[in-house]
Design a protein around this ligand. Structure first.
Ligand SMILES: Cc1cc2nc3c(=O)[nH]c(=O)nc-3n(C[C@H](O)[C@H](O)[C@H](O)COP(=O)(O)O)c2cc1C
Length: 193
């Protein structure tokens, strides 16, 4: 590993081959984290409300599973220690709010970066309850309201699969991205429309 000035460690992956060097086992976790940081993803806030409480957490693990099942479905992976995971499992419903490019502050809020008071999060953002009573965050580029379909505890994280019952799209289609430990936005490549 080589450390450049700045917070992010960098790996020299070009020295011996185009595939880079295989990391020793002791460095596997660090290499995994660095490798995955290069997989820029969109940013969402998974929200939930009900008897298990109102909660929300910023996630980059939102993934489409299928558009063609009985209902469309998606998944999110949430740390077992997050209050939002427990609340989703109890409420058996949640909303995946895909954030717009200008919602970086909101991402920080639900990642606990600007307040540690979980209850305060929903006081600081405009939201409305959806058809299933799940919090829809205003300004999100898309919201996917879901019923809990199934969940699997895999070591540190709950893999939570939702059946989508409603999708709402805003006029602004630009989603916020996160990669290499920074918020980013997508740009068109030359010749790409
Ligand atoms: C861009 C971004 C993406 C994140 N993605 C995830 C994720 O997919 N799953 C997860 O459990 N935590 C993720 N986190 C961390 C949680 O948002 C953070 O740990 C959160 O505060 C934990 O929830 P809690 O405060 O309710 O315990 C992410 C944080 C950021 C800033």
């Amino acid at each position: 590993m080589t450390s450049s000035a700045g917070k992010s460690p960098t790996w020299n992956c070009t020295a011996s081959s185009t595939l880079g060097e295989v990391m020793p086992d002791t460095d596997l976790r660090a290499a995994f984290v660095e490798g995955m940081s290069r997989a820029a993803t969109f940013v969402a806030v998974a929200t939930t409300d009900g008897e298990g409480g109102r909660a929300g957490v910023t996630v980059s693990s939102l993934t489409s599973v299928s558009a063609d099942g009985e209902h469309p479905s998606l998944l999110v992976c949430i740390n077992r220690q997050s209050a939002a995971a427990a609340a989703i499992l109890q409420n058996r419903a949640f909303c995946a709010n895909l954030l717009a490019e200008n919602q970086q502050e909101l991402a920080d809020l639900f990642a606990g970066r600007s307040t540690t008071d979980r209850a305060e999060r929903f006081d600081r953002v405009p939201w409305v309850p959806g058809d299933l009573g799940q919090p829809l965050l205003r300004g999100a580029t898309a919201t996917f309201e879901c019923r809990l379909a199934t969940a699997l505890l895999w070591e540190t994280h709950h893999i939570i699969v939702g059946r989508v019952s409603a999708v709402r799209l805003s006029d602004d289609a630009s989603a916020l991205l996160y990669g290499q430990r920074a918020y980013r936005k997508a740009i068109h490549l030359t010749g790409d429309d």
